[in-house]
Design a protein around this ligand. Structure first.
Ligand code: AMP
Length: 362
């Protein structure tokens, strides 16, 4: 087992805000960081010890990066699998290629989950208009057509309310390989963030509720207001998933909870997740420190929370309120160093803590 001790260099693939908070956590733990991405001014580039600006398929740049770092982790799940295949013989990559193969393709991901007995919405593979017609006949409406690859924040999705929209849906998603999913009339959306160490130990954070606005995460409430039995079931499902994908790292499991307490898994993200930002202030070990521990092969830290919390994302010009937030003694402000506050862009977040015996108020 390779343990990467403090003082060594953690390589991070991806240069966004998750990479930034990973690099900050690594620095707090005594590591150097080297970020590999495409934008020299990106959030993670600003705080890393070293930077490589190159395409993920640039083998010369990848080789140089691999010789400079002691382990590689990632902040973005759509890193090409070929990039990891190239790095893995040279340097440990945690989480590795196999995990990305499960999570980059919605059809592979959901088939894998069902093979473990983990429930999802009913789904069908769609590669042609004819497949889509058959899938709608089988699954019914309302349903959601999603591209198999590269979808996020509701992009690459079309909700089909009735069968007359089939042609429109197929055009709208660009006639790409897709899955059709039954629409889940969920009561709330939750996520469980779970880490698995090099020695197989597992630590998971309490399930949290996630509320979206325009398909983008708006608020996370920790813990989710669900029955203990539902919370334990969601946690068990997340453990079953990480045990069976041989993960070394951290993954977010996004789920739907229905009115009768059924839990269906929607999506996996094998990296720190927006719904785990509250852990920075409210838990013994933040999701970022936990990711670094897993990547470095250190024992995992406790994921126990000492406070309840609400996290609000600062999207687009929400960032204009930074000074009001700063003046609040009960809120902590995190800004990502992005120059331009475009609509829909995640510019920062703020977290408010509540005592453990108080219900977190939005
Ligand atoms: P995704 O990109 O799969 O995470 O989907 C983005 C959001 O769309 C989810 O967080 C849900 O709010 C909604 N959504 C996705 N799939 C479904 C579904 N099968 N049923 C109901 N809502 C869905």
């Amino acid at each position: 087992m390779t343990v990467i001790a403090p003082g060594k260099t953690i390589g991070i693939l991806g240069d966004g805000q998750l990479g930034r908070m990973l690099a900050i956590a690594a620095a707090e733990m005594g590591y150097l960081t080297h970020v590999f991405g495409q934008d020299p001014n990106a959030p993670a580039m600003q705080v890393a010890s070293k930077q490589t600006v190159a395409d993920y398929t640039d083998k010369a740049a990848l080789r140089k990066f691999a010789t400079d770092v002691d382990v590689v982790t990632l902040e973005f799940e759509n890193i090409p699998v070929e990039t990891l295949a190239y790095l893995e013989p040279i340097i440990p990559v945690r989480p590795g290629r196999k995990v990305l193969e499960y999570t980059q393709d919605r059809h592979i991901e959901k088939s894998f989950l069902n093979s473990l007995g983990v429930p999802t919405a009913p789904f069908a593979n769609v590669e042609s208009l004819e497949d889509l017609q058959k899938a709608v006949a089988r699954i019914g409406t309302p349903s959601v057509l999603k591209t198999r690859r590269f979808g996020y924040d509701g992009k690459g999705q079309f909700k089909i309310n009735n069968a007359t929209q089939i042609d429109e849906a197929w055009e709208a998603i660009g006639q790409q390989p897709s899955i059709l999913e039954g629409f889940v009339p969920f009561e709330l959306e939750i996520s469980v963030i779970v880490a698995r160490g090099l020695n197989g130990d597992i630590e998971s954070y309490i399930p949290v509720e996630n509320r979206h606005k325009n398909h983008i995460l708006d608020i996370t409430i920790a813990p989710a207001d669900i029955l203990n039995t539902v919370s334990e079931h969601a946690t068990d499902l997340s453990h079953r998933i990480v045990q069976n994908m041989d993960l070394v790292g951290l993954i977010a499991v996004e789920m739907f909870v229905t009115a009768d307490g059924e839990v269906l898994v929607n999506e996996l993200a094998p990296r720190p997740h927006n719904s785990g930002h509250w852990t920075i202030e409210a838990c013994a070990t933040s999701q970022f420190r936990q990711s670094i521990r897993a990547a470095a092969g250190l024992p995992l830290g406790s994921a126990k929370r000492h406070s309840n919390a609400v996290m609000w994302n600062l999207i687009g010009d929400d960032i204009d309120h930074w000074d009001e937030i700063l003046s609040r003694p009960d809120m902590s402000l995190h800004l990502y160093g992005k120059a331009e506050a475009r609509a829909g862009r995640k510019m920062g977040h703020t977290t408010k803590l509540f005592a453990l015996d108080k219900k977190p108020k939005v």
